[in-house]
Design a protein around this ligand. Structure first.
Ligand code: AMP
Ligand code: ZN
Length: 473
């Protein structure tokens, strides 16, 4: 079965054809660790993880690389504003590296709570400075970089395809992305590869370089680490839609200028989570984290379920009502799972059921293979789960498959315990009479009493040694 993905580069849904099947290389821009990831960021990571799982389901071997931005990201995606890490260190009276490690740990705690797999490789910008210097040197050697007032800039005028991803001209991009003008740039869309002299004289993290002591620009880390770990041509590159016009244009420009050929085949971008008052953003403050949701009485998996109810290419609006609905739906699903587990224990599927199961799984997979259509996959799942004509064993096998792809922690749901029967004097008397009838081998009488008990909602199961188990019907 083929997988189809909407490709920002071609602007349509393309059949996914990796360069070296079954291997798939996938790079995802990771968090800037100057604060907790907000739940909007997490929506993007949930869908990136789902994409990797879906490709594995289709038989591919996915190498998933994610960077950790712990240096160089300014408060605007361009080269303006303050250094995000430094601002956080001052705010929290900690060292920049302590801040970075603390928020990196929090990030992986949150992603694990959501059931996201740790990427195959997680790489920190600060641990790849030498590789970045080599990259910038190569750009300089090829004539794509220039030095102005001590900083090294990428010259976008030398890269005619600049703007190809967003379909904007360099002129358009400069208006969209810039708030203040860096007078050292030759062209407004140029960007910094290496800072030596800047307004951050007391920048804490600095390294020696051929251009003087300084630190890298933000964009160069992704081009450098993606190429280092995934090679010169990459199948898939992901990120949130905000990255299209600046960060990803700059990544393409640097990488293709250095490599001399196209770099990424499929660009996959996740739409935003907004709240009722607009975009959720880390820099705006007042954003929601996974911990805030837990404090409000939700489990991380409720948020994951909420995310899966919308398609990754549509924006989603967060609200308490929507979270309540997701929580209720998930709890309902977990109840079904508990019941299936209790009733289907040890039961195997008939040949007919095996065939039906294969069809149901295929239908579910097809929705995911079609550009991760999670709302349709979930509605298909509910049709099967609620179909009482299907056996519990079949529904259990189907939900186990769903859980294997979506990681909704259904495997951890305990089987429903049979409800205990309250033995009233009337029931006790009937049980005694039944035991007497059975001792006298009066089976007709015993059956009659069993029916009476059933009418009172009590089932009786005979165990060895004349013991009985009472079942609430
Ligand atoms: P950052 O840590 O700010 O670099 O962002 C991490 C990831 O989250 C990037 O892929 C962003 O594009 C993405 N992102 C940022 N804000 C949102 C949002 N409100 N909804 C969904 N994704 C977002
Ligand atoms: Zn990136």
């Amino acid at each position: 079965m083929s997988v189809y993905l909407y490709n920002t580069k071609t602007r349509h849904k393309d059949e996914f054809k990796p360069l070296n099947p079954p291997a798939v290389t996938m790079y995802c821009c990771g968090p800037t660790v100057y604060n907790y990831a907000h739940i909007g960021n997490l929506r993007t990571y949930i869908f990136e993880d789902l994409l990797a799982n879906t490709l594995r389901l289709a038989g591919y071997k996915v190498k998933h690389v994610m960077n950790i931005t712990d240096v160089g990201h300014l408060t605007s995606d361009g080269d303006e504003g303050e250094d995000k890490m430094q601002v956080a260190a001052e705010r929290e009276k900690k060292s920049v590296l302590d801040i970075a490690r603390m928020y990196e740990d929090a990030f992986f705690r949150h992603t694990a709570a959501l059931g996201l797999k740790r990427p195959t490789i997680v790489c920190r910008a600060t641990e790849h400075i030498q590789d970045m210097i080599e990259f910038v040197k190569a750009l300089e050697d090829k004539g794509f970089a220039y030095i102005s007032n001590g900083n090294v800039y990428f010259d976008t005028a030398k890269f005619p395809r600049y703007g190809c991803l967003s379909g904007q001209s360099r002129e358009d991009l400069k208006h969209g992305a810039r708030t203040e003008q860096d007078m050292n740039k030759r062209n407004p869309s140029d960007f910094v590869l290496w800072f030596t002299s800047s307004k951050f004289e007391n920048q804490i993290l600095q390294w020696d370089s051929p251009w003087g002591r300084g630190y890298p620009g933000w964009h160069i880390e992704c081009s450098t680490m993606a190429t280092k770990y995934l090679g010169e041509r990459i199948d898939i590159h992901c990120g949130g839609i905000d990255h299209i016009p600046v960060h990803h244009e700059n990544e393409i420009a640097q990488s293709e200028a250095r490599l001399g050929h196209e770099w990424v085949n499929y660009w996959v971008h996740m739409e935003f989570l907004n709240n009722k008052s607009g975009k959720m953003s880390k820099s705006k403050g007042g954003f929601l984290t996974l911990d805030t949701l837990v404090e409000k009485g939700y489990q991380p998996v409720h948020y994951k379920y909420f995310c899966l109810t919308s398609h990754y290419r549509s924006s989603a609006i967060f609200s308490d009502e929507a979270m309540d609905a997701a929580k209720k739906a998930y709890e309902n699903l977990a109840d079904y799972m508990a019941e299936f587990k209790a009733n289907a224990a040890g039961k195997s599927l008939t040949a007919e059921e095996q065939t039906a199961l294969a069809t149901y799984k295929d239908e579910f997979n097809t929705y995911l293979f079609d550009d991760l259509k999670t709302p349709l996959a979930l509605s298909h799942m509910w049709n099967i789960v609620k179909d009482n004509k299907l056996s519990d064993a079949l529904r259990l096998a189907f939900l186990t498959h769903v859980d294997g792809v979506l990681t909704l922690f259904l495997k951890d749901v305990a089987p429903k315990k049979p409800e205990t029967v309250e033995v009233t004097p009337e029931i006790a008397a009937l049980l005694e009479a039944r035991a007497a009838a059975r001792a006298a081998k009066d089976w007709a009488k015993s059956d009659e009493i069993r029916d009476k008990l059933a009418a009172l909602g009590v089932g009786v199961k005979d165990l060895p040694n004349k013991e009985i188990e009472l079942i609430k019907l």
